[in-house]
Design a protein around this ligand. Structure first.
Ligand code: GLA
Length: 380
């Protein structure tokens, strides 16, 4: 399942990037390091594909064998108004994925956020009936199935529909469809998408016991009712000290008890942190944006060695755990390609310089990168 042909070496792929990378010619790429263990992915926008931002596209296919579009396939960006489609971004992303033979993630079919209000309403602005909303959801899935078909390997069918206490999110999907929203969404995806596409549920805060247990219960319920679900996505927007490795392991084991593979779908480590500046808001994206200040943005010009070391230790403990459970893990995707295109530079405050991945903003490789690669090699 996870055997892939020999891949590009850094020497071959980075030769045309900047001279800054020249000293890494012999380095093992991430996709080489994790080959046979799990897919290793990154996230990119069509904008980054069109412009030579730090050789972003090249770094993507050099290091990763799985790819996710950050926004282009969400309902709002793809279909902002009834009958108005903006498919160029998704098309460019899919062409890039095809060209480099990526394991390709469709993100995401149904999510309460970045979905325009018209989706839930009729022409007079009244809430749709249950049947009308289901028909609209099916239409969206059919359009993707027709346009991209089996070129998408995994669909995030439902994103973030369960609260940390285990209750269902009172989204507009939930208000109209009730607690059957998720089941209906998966039934639609199963009916419409090619059988080769894996259908997964994806959420953040998956180490919160309430959400974790509710997801396990939902999956088991689907399995009993014969509703196809093929995997569980743990986003993994983590910080330097939370969640603990034990909490992550508890969740991996709980999700694995369903028999489904786990996808780590949106991995990053928020080095600067948020709670100490902005309170404990978790990874909820619906918060008000704030600006960078010298206090909340202490490293605008790079990290001192002690900080690099702390970061390397955090990444090492995370990947040691993921490698320990690689038999249960299908894929690990970073929610960025390098530090340069991470959302954590702009959330929860705009214009910060954050350090959320293994690759620096100029494409050079962090001490953490080398430590993680060494771990992967030692696990061979
Ligand atoms: C959520 C979504 C992603 C992205 C990230 C942060 O986790 O699933 O699509 O929006 O937030 O950018």
């Amino acid at each position: 399942m996870k055997l892939r042909p020999c891949v590009l070496t850094v020497a071959a792929a980075l030769v045309t990037v900047t001279a800054a990378h020249a000293n890494h010619h012999e380095t093992t790429t991430l996709r080489e390091a994790f080959a046979g263990k799990f897919y290793i992915g990154g996230t990119i926008s069509p904008w980054a594909l069109r412009t030579p931002t730090e050789g972003m596209a090249q770094l993507a296919y050099t290091h990763y064998d799985a790819i996710t579009a950050d926004n282009a396939m969400k309902w709002g960006p793809f279909n902002p108004q009834p009958g108005e489609y903006r498919m160029e971004g998704a098309d460019a992303f899919m062409a890039f994925a095809d060209e480099h033979d990526f394991y390709t993630i469709g993100h995401c079919l149904f999510w309460h956020s970045q979905t325009p209000g018209w989706v839930y309403e009729d022409a007079d602005g009244n809430d749709l009936t249950r049947e009308a909303l289901l028909a609209r959801m099916r239409e969206r899935a059919e359009l993707y199935a027709e346009r991209y078909g089996s070129r998408v390997d995994v669909w995030d069918v439902v994103n973030e529909s369960i609260e940390s206490d285990g209750s269902r999110r009172r989204s507009r999907f939930n208000q109209i469809l009730g607690d059957e929203f998720e089941a209906e969404a998966f039934k639609i995806a199963d009916a419409v998408m090619p059988k080769s596409a894996k259908l997964i549920y994806n959420d953040y805060g998956m180490t919160d016991p309430g959400r974790r247990d509710a997801v396990v219960a939902m999956v088991k319920d689907f399995q009993q009712r014969g509703i196809r679900i093929d995997g569980i996505g743990m986003q993994g927007h983590w910080s330097m000290n939370r969640p603990s490795i034990q909490e992550i392991e508890d969740s991996i084991l709980a999700f694995a008890s369903t028999g489904l593979p786990i996808h780590i779908t949106e991995l990053d480590v928020d080095f600067l942190g948020r709670d100490q500046f902005f309170g404990a808001e978790g990874a909820n994206v619906d918060i008000q944006s704030r600006q960078a200040t010298p206090e909340n943005n202490p490293y605008p010009d790079g990290l001192p060695p002690e900080a690099e070391e702390q970061l390397a230790k955090r990444w090492e403990e995370i990947f040691a755990l993921l490698l320990k459970h690689s038999d249960k893990i299908e894929r690990v995707t970073f929610w960025a390609i390098t530090d340069a295109n991470s959302w954590l530079n702009n959330w929860p405050a705009r214009g910060r310089t954050n350090y959320p991945t293994l690759i620096n903003r100029d494409g050079s490789l962090k001490p953490a990168y080398h430590r993680v690669v060494e771990l992967a090699k030692a696990a061979d």
